[in-house]
Design a protein around this ligand. Structure first.
Ligand code: GAL
Length: 970
């Protein structure tokens, strides 16, 4: 026996879908505290009785307010696949709310509007059933006028977590039931619907405006343009300012009918596919985009308008110009903000049937005509709701739902209803219903082929294949930002910018979906409830941590996609990579630094630069070598000249840094004539105290230390782990025993003024390993260590053991006293950086605490490495400690727990500070890649197993500020 939540009917009693409008008519928000009753299985009887109610916040999800629990799966349905049936265990929430109808409420009818209820509900007003609806991320409206009475009224809503609709909502996110968007009572609309068609002619600079309105007796006014027009009338405006994401110019309009006024904001822009490219206002676009799910760590998808604005402000501040609303239409207010702040939007329909991959797509709704009405209903409700947003330039039919003839139905209806926008669907390899060719996580060589239109055939049908080859390409998703990463953003950007056919891409994804449940301090992810079917931490894959702290990946992205590129030093050139705007909104500031200390600064005079153009500007400082100076760097920054709605004047949009010729490195001062003879079982020289037998350093400048000793291991990142199997370097590293290396000392000898410790580092049970020698030499007031590493044995693999071609890291690890809690360094910073994610690191002097040195990824893993460090000082609160110098550079991590602690931890709270500060001084680390879903680090960024040597110098540091400045500094 099927019930309304299991049939293939989108809803009952729903009004015809229409635009989201801001009206002058009375309205009453029904958000707030509602009565609530939870049922583990769907009850049969209607909602009744005044007893046994708890309370709950609406909008909200009951699973985040103490009832049942949230479920996270990636592709798997958390119920048996038997469409359209729901399981008996169908968590259901009954919601009730009394409200007072205002005395002056118009008597001519009313509409009850839900912006989003997950996943199916039935609603009663004053005890009378008025309808049902499915389509979680879509609005539904019901006529309720005749049921309302003066004074108190009762609304009751029964929400089922699972329904036939759930088969269309398998979007790699938490399954979060409930009334999670606004509920509003509206006075009956007099202006029923509005559809603005506002085109821009880039040749004449004029606009064309037509506004379709129901009812046809309405009037449309655009005061700023002095226009008054009738519904359906087309007017030409000789000169108008166009809308673009770069210059989001909006004109206010009013639509009036029968005493109701509706406010609409008009953006003039024309979307067209021209010569195989997507153009807006005559110019091909380039997406610097991101995929955004709605997420708040405490409220789930019930995001506030402030949070939406915060998301968009952060996107703009990080140079993003486009957002794909993965994988459902967002709250309608979000699109208003996109219009206002300026972002290109791919608005995606609430359809994903990914879980049908398990029965090999048997029964996939997308290819079953019985499901066409449910799917078309979703498309209509999205298009009708969002059709007036200039920011929305592309409708996306769905995500990852395989091929299916129902997409033909959706595409046909949409093209007819709204010929003014492009259509997008990635997962049908014929691209029959899409205006774009698109893939996800495409490797770089494949991307190159697509750029040159030499990619492999994707579909046998020659006509469809020929059509597909003519389409522009957009990377629907790339650069999976899970945990530490993504690596390789620059490589992607370089290829995407090279070929016109590649119109940019959308990073996966905006924010980690970590949830903070009531009373908890750790973010949860799949598996934290002991559930059997879950997607683990695959939802922790955002450019921001769940609390919206930008992760290093977002800072890297900001740098890589900057809309202005500055190159130099000669000629110093400013390239405007935007599509429409000049650079008049920017100031260009420069600073010259020597050894990280500013010596000169100023402002560049930059003439007007049109979009797509470049200008050369005079170099403000001398480029010739200055032998009297140390390491010289020039930094040029482009900052906002005045406040913008999304950032204050001074906000940095782009920057570059280049070295200026400077003094050659100083010859190291040779060590003294110290005697390296053991006394009382110790060798003491150059500030170090060594155990004569083991060659171990035990004290450095009087401070007890452990190490340094060779370290090849790091706590694998999500990208190291990849998806297991052969795309996982961590699997390879573990197979080679890199996570369990044993150290052996073979000899401790004195050779040529050096204390030399030779040994072998290798895992139990395997024949491979490395020969290592540590050569210690006194150097002026310091102690110099040179480490030589020679791999031996079966790194190439044997009949039994697999090949291991790379090392996670190559360096030494030391343990210093816990009091050494401050880090100061000259090198790349301020944040973490790795071989293939280092664009955002600029050379300078930085300082922070060891605690601040960490990036608190939700799932602990290798993090916090600073790159190209020339010198670093690790000191106690009084500034006393140790200075380490590279030759010339090293990579630095410092933390209060060991690599093994980091590796074991599943949540942040598993990490507790130990009695030491553990420091890794690396020659290099392996790149990051994005193999958690995509390609691994490229060969160029791989730390290959090979013979290597590196040198570090340790000095005592008695930290009075400038003592740290090398003698060559001014
Ligand atoms: C894509 C999918 C996204 C997400 C991503 C990996 O295949 O469209 O929803 O699952 O992979 O995180």
């Amino acid at each position: 026996m099927t019930s309304y939540f299991e049939d293939l009917v989108p809803g009952t009693g729903m009004r015809t879908p229409r635009a989201w409008l801001r009206s002058s008519r009375p309205k009453l928000s029904l958000n707030g505290r509602w009565q609530f009753k939870f049922w583990p299985e769907a009850p049969v009887d209607p909602i009744a009785g005044d007893d046994g109610w708890d309370e709950l916040e609406v909008p909200g999800h009951w699973v985040l307010q103490g009832y049942d629990r949230p479920r996270y799966t990636n592709t798997a349905f958390p119920f048996p696949i038997d469409p359209p049936r729901a399981p008996d265990a169908n968590p259901t929430g009954d919601h009730r709310r009394w409200f007072d109808l205002p005395d002056d409420w118009p008597r001519d009818g009313a509409v009850l509007r839900f912006e989003g209820v997950d996943s199916c509900f039935k609603v009663w007003v004053n005890g009378v059933e008025i309808g049902t609806a499915k389509g979680s991320r879509l609005p539904s409206e019901f006529e309720v006028g005749s049921l309302l009475r003066p004074g108190r009224n009762l609304i009751a809503v029964r929400v089922h977590q699972w329904s036939s609709g759930s088969y269309l909502e398998d979007q790699d996110m938490w399954w979060l039931p409930g009334i999670f968007r606004d509920v509003t009572l509206l006075a009956r609309p007099l202006v029923e619907d509005v559809f603005v068609h506002a085109d821009y002619d880039h040749v004449t600079g004029g606009g064309t405006l037509r506004v379709d309105v129901d009812p046809s007796y309405a009037r449309i006014l655009v005061p700023e343009l002095g226009l008054e027009l009738a519904p359906g009338e087309t007017v030409s405006i000789p000169s108008v300012e166009p809308w673009s994401a770069e210059i989001p110019r909006l004109y206010d309009a009013h639509v009036e009918a029968g005493g109701e006024t509706v406010e609409v904001r008009i953006g003039f822009r024309t979307v067209a596919m021209v010569d195989g490219l997507l153009t807006v206002n005559g110019r091909p676009l380039f997406f610097r985009g991101v995929n955004r799910h709605e997420h708040d760590p405490r409220r789930g998808r019930a995001v506030s308008v402030e949070t939406m604005r915060q998301d968009l402000v952060l996107m703009k501040q990080h140079n993003l110009n486009a957002v794909r609303t993965a994988h459902y239409p967002p709250h309608p207010a979000f699109l208003d903000l996109c219009d206002e702040l300026g972002l290109w939007v791919i608005d995606e329909c609430d359809i994903e049937t990914h879980g049908f991959i398990y029965p090999d797509w048997r029964g996939n709704p997308a290819d079953d005509p019985d499901w066409a009405p449910m799917m078309l209903d979703r498309m209509r409700r999205m298009v009708e709701r969002d059709k007036n947003h200039p920011s929305v330039i592309i409708w996306s039919l769905a995500n990852e739902s395989h091929r299916g003839r129902n997409f033909g139905v959706l595409a046909e209806w949409t093209r007819e209803r709204d010929p003014g926008r492009a259509l997008f669907y990635e997962r049908d390899r014929s691209y029959e219903f899409s205006d774009f060719y698109s893939l996800m996580y495409t490797p770089l060589d494949e991307l190159e082929r697509i750029g040159t239109r030499t990619e492999d055939v994707s579909i046998d049908d020659p006509a469809l294949e020929a059509r597909r080859r003519g389409l522009p390409f957009v990377l629907a998703e790339y650069a999976h930002a899970m945990g530490n990463g993504p690596g390789g953003l620059t490589d992607y950007q370089r290829v995407m910018e090279r070929y016109p056919r590649l119109q940019g891409g959308f990073v996966w994804e905006w924010i980690d979906h970590g949830l903070l449940l009531p009373g908890a301090t750790d973010y949860v992810y799949g598996g934290d409830f002991g559930e059997r079917v879950h997607g683990a931490n695959f939802c922790i894959d955002g450019l921001m941590l769940p609390d919206r702290t930008p992760s290093p990946g977002l800072l890297e992205l900001k740098k890589v996609i900057e809309p202005v590129r500055i190159t130099g030093p000669e000629p110093l050139t400013i390239h405007n990579l935007q599509t429409f705007a000049t650079l008049d909104h920017l100031d260009f500031l420069w600073v010259e630094e020597v050894d990280g200390v500013e010596v000169a600064a100023g402002r560049l005079e930059v003439p007007a630069v049109e979009a797509g153009a470049a200008v050369e500007v005079g170099m403000p400082v001398q480029v010739e070598a200055r032998p009297d100076l140390g390491e010289r760097w020039m930094t040029v920054r482009a900052v906002l000249a005045k406040d913008e709605p999304w950032a204050a004047a001074g906000h940095e949009v782009a920057w570059t840094q280049f070295p200026l010729p400077s003094a050659p490195a100083e010859e190291p001062v040779k060590g003294g004539d110290e005697r390296l003879r053991p006394v009382d079982g110790k060798v003491v020289f150059g500030g170090g105290e060594f155990d004569a037998r083991s060659g171990r350093l035990v004290r450095l400048f009087g401070v007890p230390v452990k190490g340094p000793r060779l370290d090849l291991w790091r706590a694998p990142t999500d990208n190291d782990n990849g998806q297991g199997g052969n795309n996982s370097v961590a699997v390879e590293w573990r197979a080679a025993g890199l996570d369990r290396l044993e150290h052996r000392v073979d000899e401790v000898v004195v050779e040529d003024q050096e204390l030399v410790v030779r040994g072998r580092v290798a895992p139990n049970g395997l024949g491979l390993g490395v020969r290592v020698s540590y050569r210690w030499r006194a150097l002026g007031d310091g102690l110099q260590l040179t480490v030589d590493v020679v791999p031996e044995g079966e790194w190439e693999g044997s009949a039994i053991t697999p090949r291991c071609g790379s090392w996670p890291r190559l360096g030494v690890r030391m343990a210093l006293p816990a009091s050494f809690g401050k880090v100061r360094w000259f090198g790349g910073g301020p944040g973490e950086a790795y071989a293939d994610s280092r664009e955002a690191a600029r050379v300078g002097r930085y300082e922070c605490t060891v605690d601040e040195f960490q990036t608190p990824y939700v799932v602990p893993q290798e993090n916090g490495s600073r790159i190209d460090v020339r010198w670093a000082e690790l000191t106690d609160a009084d500034g006393n400690g140790l200075r380490v110098e590279g030759a010339p550079y090293f990579q630095l991590t410092a933390r209060r727990w060991t690599t093994e602690d980091l590796e074991r931890a599943r949540h942040r709270s598993d990490l507790t500070p130990r009695e030491h500060v553990f420091v890794n001084l690396d020659l290099a680390q392996n790149g990051l890649g994005s193999a958690s879903c995509g390609p691994a680090a490229t060969a160029q960024h791989t730390l290959e197993v090979a013979e290597r040597t590196f040198t570090l110098t340790f000095r005592e540091f008695g930290g009075q500020g400038d003592a740290a400045v090398p003698s060559s500094a001014p």
